[in-house]
Write a protein that binds this ligand. Structure first.
Ligand code: FES
Length: 119
């Protein structure tokens, strides 16, 4: 068990570890993100958590970045590394953004599956 001091953390990446994302290299994505964070010396800036299914399996592998609330789709290990570098530059991985957050989730135009309407 670990209890990190998260003071000063600027991004929290939620990396999907659900079964669909695992089939799309989810574990390798998580490893690649961790490796890049270490390579960049950014362990105090970017925290990661592997989650269960985030409910967007068609977008596998899903990575969500907080506090900005951006959902990324189809993240590969290579794109996971690129995402870390972009975040450290204060940028997004624009081509993979599927949702942004502005008081509510907003779908990025023509990206990702529409999905079922929630009741
Ligand atoms: S398994 Fe990742 S969104 Fe469902």
């Amino acid at each position: 068990m670990t209890t990190w001091n998260l003071q000063g953390t600027v991004n929290h990446l939620l990396i999907c570890g659900g079964s669909s994302c695992k089939k799309h290299k989810g574990e390798e994505v998580a490893e690649a993100i961790e490796d890049e964070i270490e390579k960049q010396g950014a362990g105090r800036l970017i925290h990661t958590t592997v989650t269960r299914c985030n409910g967007r399996c068609s977008d596998s592998c899903v990575v969500i970045s907080y506090p900005e609330g951006v959902w990324y789709k189809e993240i590969t290990p290579k794109l996971g590394k690129a995402l870390v570098r972009r975040l450290l530059e204060g940028e997004r991985l624009e081509d993979n953004v599927v949702y942004t957050y502005e008081g509510q989730f907003l779908a990025a135009a023509e990206r990702g599956t529409k999905g079922k309407k929630k009741k």
